[in-house]
Write a protein that binds this ligand. Sequence first.
Ligand code: IVH
Length: 706
Amino acid sequence: MSETSAPTSQSDDPRARHQDLVQQVEEHRARYYGDDAPTISDAQYDALERELRELEEAHPELAEPDSPTQLVGSARVETGFASVRHRERMMSLDNAFSLDDVAAWLARIGKEAGDHPIVCEPKIDGLSISLTYERGELVRGVTRGDGTTGEDVTANVRTIATIPATLSGRHVPELVEIRGEVFLPVEAFERLNERLLEEGKAPYANPRNTAAGSLRQKDATVTAERPLDVTTYALGALEWGAARPHPSIGTQSGIYEVLAEWGLPVSAFTKVLRGIGPIEDYLEDLEAKRHDLVHEIDGAVLKVDDRAAQAELGSTSRAPRWAIAYKFPPEEVHTRLEDIRVDVGRTGRVTPYGVMTPVLVAGSTVTYATLHNRHEVKRKGVLIGDTVVLRKAGDVIPEIVGPVVAARTGDEVEWQMPAECPACGTPLAEQKEGDKDLRCPNAQSCPAQIVDRIAFIGSRGALDVEVLGEKAAAALVESGVLANEARLFDLAEADLATVPLFTLESDSRKDGVERKAGDVSTNGLRLLENLAAAREQPLWRVIVSLSIRHVGPTASRALATAFESMDAIRAASEDELAAVEGVGPVIAASVKRWFEVDWHVEIVEAWAAAGVRMADERDESVERTLEGLTIVATGSLESFTRDSVKEAIISRGGKASSSVSKNTDYVVVGANAGSKAAKAESLGVPMLTEAQFEALLAGGPAALDA
Ligand code: IVH
């Protein structure tokens, strides 16, 4: 092997790659445990460490005793706290990144898979701590450090309210080291960051970093201000002395009973399970509720329950063989912010968004993320070219959290909000002073706004016109067929024949009729059919489609129900509009102003002339059984969609609300209902099954007593 091989990052030479990986892992590990901000995500770190471990397995000659794979936690980070030697070493855990990895671990430890009862519990994303109690008194709190020696943070630990100064119960040992995880509850983290932002200070990156910073404060009064908490999950050294040993100490789950008896917090989510099936169910279930816990979790820890079996399985130099950490897919990754661009929406709002190197996060590939407005870009402090932290938690929309400042090269450039609309060149302006958003005021002829308004008309919440999406709208405007939305319902086959998106490249129409290139495609014909059908949609959907500011589905339904026709809405005074339940002064003013603009009125008139519904005929056969009742529907129902439930309630004179309060008369509870059902229960609001709801629709409240 050549001694001079260059230390490239992706070398084929295992020795060079090994050296490179060792260097990287050591650097990032020092950052993670030290005071410098990490420059790579936890997931990237895990990947490096895993590659290093696999390389050493394939080439055992490379695995020297000082390799970072042989260490636990941080090594040699200077801190200024007194160092304390743990009586018993604080171990790390091996990781499993898939259910297959978990199954492989079960197969490794069991004579046969399913042999061992396994304790399953959340893996708390905090900092490990060792608490030493002598004769029941808390004498020391020590961080993990390198696993052998940690930092003495006793003064800070004493400020944590849930860590008892004295152990309770009948079995208090002479000496015990209790291991657990210190964390900052997510809610406290969010409150802290809100406060920092209000004070104009930089927010913290995540609860874990905040907890680390708080626990390692030189001044314990600062720590005391942070509502840190702890969950305990293991014992280190244990000497009973004259005390009678606790009878439950023979199993891992028994240890949790003992810890609880001593007065220490333990996880409420722990389960003892047997075999891969139930364990997989547990892991899936825990992942689904990962954001419902008070603290962040990054996976689950699986432990052999029986401690005699634990002892038999033993440990490697860094981690026990009887336990494994199952890591959830990462929700926070690093990627490059390649550009910041702006989007002009249907109301003229100009929204900056980040364009990133595509990256996989929480199971989906993300390229774009909104940056909301120019102030947000400033507040986040991101530059074009930055490595950024991208977060996608659960169902939440991906968010650029902030830059990784330490990864800057100096080539990053600051982004400037454009002064003019990128689509039409009109100078951008605040609608009123102090608005966060800038808008393009050219609503009448800005092509970006027109395209978005037309696409919006086709959307599900508006007239629901299949084929009329963003692409079709852009094609209709760019080809000059539509100047704006006024003539949308006048479109004919001859118009579409001039739009390349809707014409045949060859004679490929599949309806059996003979056609030639240049004729309107099947898709174009479908658009015309769908537009014809959309004319019959109820009035409220027509109102939504006008893109009047502040007038969404709720206000549109309220207006349609109260006035029953477009003419009546247009003729109503601002006070009359504002008096409608669910409308109010802001919406009323916006509606009134909208109808004062000539080209708006032209749209309504053109639609009316094309046969679009401008008045709802009241269906006299529907009885107003729900007059005066406020009803919330939650969960999924068998014979109703979200929209048709509302329709059913409103058409019978009731009010369809989306949040439960003490003014709610009934909550209709469907399958998989969540917090709304719980809220109804706690407020004592009557809950209805779907069958009871149908009875209510038909006969009003009296029908429920029958
Ligand atoms: S048990 C001998 N249980 O994860 C086994 N660790 O990645 C000691 N952690 O060092 C660890 N939640 O800081 C255990 N329920 C849990 C945990 C947990 C979080 C941390 C702990 C450990 C690290 C390993």
